[in-house]
Design a protein around this ligand. Sequence first.
Ligand SMILES: NC(=O)c1ccc[n+]([C@@H]2O[C@H](COP(=O)([O-])OP(=O)(O)OC[C@H]3O[C@@H](n4cnc5c(N)ncnc54)[C@H](OP(=O)(O)O)[C@@H]3O)[C@@H](O)[C@H]2O)c1
Length: 313
Amino acid sequence: MGKNEKAKERREKRRQEISLLRTIPYSDHQRWWSKETIAVVTGGNRGIGFEISRQLAAHGLTVVLTSRDTNVGLEAAKVLQEGGLNVFFHQLDVLDPLSINEFADWLQKNYGGLDILVNNAAVNFNIGNDNSVEHARMVIETNYFGIKNMIQAMVPLMKPSSAGSRIVSVSSRLGRIHGRRNRVEDANLRQQLGDPDLLSEEVIDQMVSTFLKQVEDGTWESGGWPQTFTDYSVSKLAVNSYTRVMAKIFSERPEGQKIYINCYCPGWVKTAMTGYAGNISAEEGADTGVWLALLPDQAITGKFFAERREVRF
Ligand SMILES: NC(=O)c1ccc[n+]([C@@H]2O[C@H](COP(=O)([O-])OP(=O)(O)OC[C@H]3O[C@@H](n4cnc5c(N)ncnc54)[C@H](OP(=O)(O)O)[C@@H]3O)[C@@H](O)[C@H]2O)c1
């Protein structure tokens, strides 16, 4: 059997293991959440975000499904409400400060804050073998700065609890520092991103700003950036790195006010983003995100996961 076939077989085996794991209910002592536990999901109107909303609500939480388009979001929430789930809708565009402020006020007034934030909203303009950076600014803005905007706005609203609040960002293996393929060529930058003592928000911001500058002056192709879906990969590399920066900052919060933050790759999922290519359903793609959001009282933070397992950044 060739290397690719073996990998395919391993993937299929893990996929089956996970569908089994999903059938095992959480025991009462694992369930740190209740109907009063509030989970906010960005980009919840379709794809993986919709599924994460559905699964969290099916576990008994109250879900605030958000979407930048009000009509589409209301419709999505209605589908889940009609299934008997505790899901509410509010408009939210992760790039619009006004929309974020209005949402934060509404959330505070109506729910007194939140316990879980799922950063799911993102864009990707490349499909198949394309690799255009025409929309690089929008990709970096939405996928990286959108998450920063949301974390900044939501952290002050996170409810103190002994189980800790949770932030889960949907990211991608395409953004790994140490991936065998598709990594940044600059060993110095890789070292800065990979070493907790060197990594900082400034390092990440500098990286994305250098990338965008090279896109603007037409030199990005010789910049040593990841070769597949370059703009998207840089955005997810930034998300993964930011997860570790924030985990370090949050680790200084006192007991009772802890926030655990992790990110994960959903796999290659049949959604609008992949033109409905992909080898797994949105339901399967949502699984690790839901699992991370609900981890029973364990202080796992600053890590990257796929298929319910930790993966090296
Ligand atoms: N599909 C995959 O194979 C795959 C693989 C790895 C990672 N991911 C990640 O999984 C997550 C979900 O992707 P998906 O596959 O479910 O794609 P999708 O169906 O295209 O969903 C993306 C969602 O993000 C929303 N969004 C985009 N910009 C936004 C903004 N400024 N404010 C608020 N919402 C915004 C979209 O809203 P509209 O409907 O209004 O556009 C949509 O709801 C993303 O983070 C993606 O990068 C996906």
